[in-house]
Design a protein around this ligand. Sequence first.
Ligand code: SAM
Ligand code: DTB
Ligand code: SF4
Length: 328
Amino acid sequence: MSAESGTNTLLQDNSTIRHDWEHEQIHALFDLPFNDLLHHAQSVHRQYFNPNEVQLSTLINIKSGGCSEDCAYCPQSARFDTEVEAEPLLDIAGVVASAKQARAQGASRFCMGAAWRSPKEQDFKQVLAMIAAVKELGLETCVTLGMLDEDQAFRLKESGLDFYNHNLDTSEEYYGEIISTRTYQDRLETLSYVRKAEINVCCGGIIGLGERRQDRVSLLATLSSMPVHPESVPINLLVQVEGTPLAETDALDPFEFVRTVAVARILMPRSTVRLSAGRSEMTESLQALCFHAGANSIFYGEKLLTTDNPEHNNDLALFERLGLRPTQ
Ligand code: SAM
Ligand code: DTB
Ligand code: SF4
């Protein structure tokens, strides 16, 4: 797979990190008694991170809806009848205003998402300008624009981009049940270009798509076998949106979600593991368990892309109760 051709070490010291976790070993971690698994994950977490710090990333949808792809979870696909309307790419002034607000509320990273299969040249140039403008504000920058070619990855790097988000979403085995308009290999290729351009990789998945435990094992095996682990690993809980094919999916046992976070932490000790979509549907106690399992980043701000996220004041109140503080 081409993702394995990346050689730079960027933020990680490969000598102390494993890249050869086998499926059986990952299964064995999932199978541990819950307390043993959380103890293990929290112990690993403490070796690499301050356990009381959580990184805050604010998300904005710079291009909403009307997407050509058929990702079964996504309210922005033009193929599904959801409440999301197709809108044009935002202008730079609007994006900068949102970024300033995010900075004032305490976010350290600003993530811009676009509902595209891949960026077209004219839009791409505008996104490059957005990245430069947000970077000027002293924020870390992240974008997620769909598939890239190698040249686009290098141009993003030149514009000052810090992170590129591109998720594998699920296991290679289950992937075909969820998306037909692009392949797993396409995703790995985009990730390899991002790595080659020395942009930090943000790559994770969605839990609760109706996949089996073996798919969660396989997703984490793929992520942890990359020659350099993604610097950021978002673990999303499916947000079930009316009109999408996955709207009525059986709810996942919440403890299985916590287990997934814990195993991700153990396999990728230096990576930031983000408790991503789905927090509005979680209790605060469940979120606290995820932090204990090694999650150390959240999306922060009232909205994700099209769905709700907790109010920022509620998050700050939760942090206060848990003795957590934002990573500077
Ligand atoms: N269109 C680009 C792409 O797919 O690469 C970028 C935006 S896309 C919305 C980014 C990611 O959001 C998806 O890969 C998926 O992991 C996540 N996502 C989208 N809808 C979701 C949902 N309903 N619940 C959880 N995660 C979701
Ligand atoms: C990621 O892993 N999760 C974010 C971000 N990367 C782009 C997106 C979550 C979207 C949730 C559904 C929505 O709000 O439309
Ligand atoms: Fe389009 Fe991205 Fe949604 Fe898939 S996840 S339908 S590519 S916006």
